[in-house]
Design a protein around this ligand. Sequence first.
Ligand code: NAD
Ligand code: DAU
Length: 354
Amino acid sequence: MTILVTGGAGFIGSNFVLDWLGACDEPVVNLDKLTYAGNVHNLAPLAGDQRHIFVQGDIGDAHLVGALLAQHQPRAVLNFAAESHVDRSILGPGEFIQTNIVGTFQLLEQVRAYWAALDAAAKTAFRLLHVSTDEVYGSLSASDPAFTETHRYEPNSPYSASKAASDHLVRAYHHTYGLPVLTTNCSNNYGPLHFPEKLIPLMIVNAQAGKPLPVYGDGQQIRDWLYVKDHCSAIRAVLASGRLGETYNIGGWNEKPNLDIVHTVCDLLDELKPRADRQSYRSQISYVTDRPGHDRRYAIDARKIEQELGWKPAETFETGIRKTVQWYLDNPDWVAQVQSGAYRDWVAMQYAQA
Ligand code: NAD
Ligand code: DAU
């Protein structure tokens, strides 16, 4: 038995692969294009491990994907591969359309052909699990109930629109061709190996470097935070026992305004690595121009996955954020390595107008 993971060198994908091989011996074929967000160093603990087969390549490369499926005969394909950063999608949506929509379509085509040729038992057992986001549901007002799986799709950014399109394609391949699919829609993740363009790792890294901590707009936008290892355990639960064709929302019931998140990061750093001048890192907070079309609030109603599959997060926000800050303090080499030239160019462009 083998699984094929796409995007397994990124933040969530690499955490998933590491956790999977930490918990069982079922081999993983890991297909990743290694964009700026993909990092083979994330997978360093698996060096020399025969259970992990890494292949650099694009989910949109039909020939490559078809060959990998034929060679390794996976019992499941888990699609993590995507362009994932909202701000980048605003500056340049093209790659998001290409990977998230066209790439997912090409992957579905190859998986459909592979699945159709399997024998009856393998066909019944096969799963395609598509990893998606709560952002497809759009933005909530302060008084709206949290997103359920039946909430209408109302994506507001090029990123979320491209993920919504991919979700629709996955749904259509189930409805039309009977492909055995599962879709997960998760809230904001945080934890080890998170690329420092996203809010939490950017704040940790900037704070220590003595740089401004850029808070968009009034900092009162709300996100619902989940520790990445809990997302990984939820995906394992959905893969094992999810009902075919269903979608499962994943979240930790942890709604927080962005400014609270930044304050928490600063306070933990004040405790764990105080500034030489004994001032709080909070003094580095800088309010900058808001993100265009910025969604005000996300919140996940996670009752379905809890009631059907018995999944619950293991971490509270307090335990998870402490572990996360500590991980960044313990891994300065990882941070230095990801801060490549390309990363510095992006940060300079994104915050130039701030
Ligand atoms: P990430 O940007 O850290 O990693 C994406 C990975 O996909 C990278 O390794 C990249 O090299 C790879 N990739 C990109 N284009 C590819 C292509 N065409 N072919 C093969 N590989 C390609 O993203 P992430 O935060 O780990 O997110 C993983 C998935 O989870 C995405 O689908 C994202 O939409 C979804 N998601 C993320 C969050 C979050 O908070 N980060 C929350 C919910 C859902
Ligand atoms: O909700 C799930 C989504 O969460 C995933 O689908 C995306 O892939 C992931 O990137 C994330 O999207 P967000 O846009 O919510 O994450 P980000 O870390 O970019 O921003 C979190 C919030 O913090 C958001 O309201 C914007 C704000 N922000 C972000 C940055 C980078 C700032 O105030 N300042 C910043 O510098």
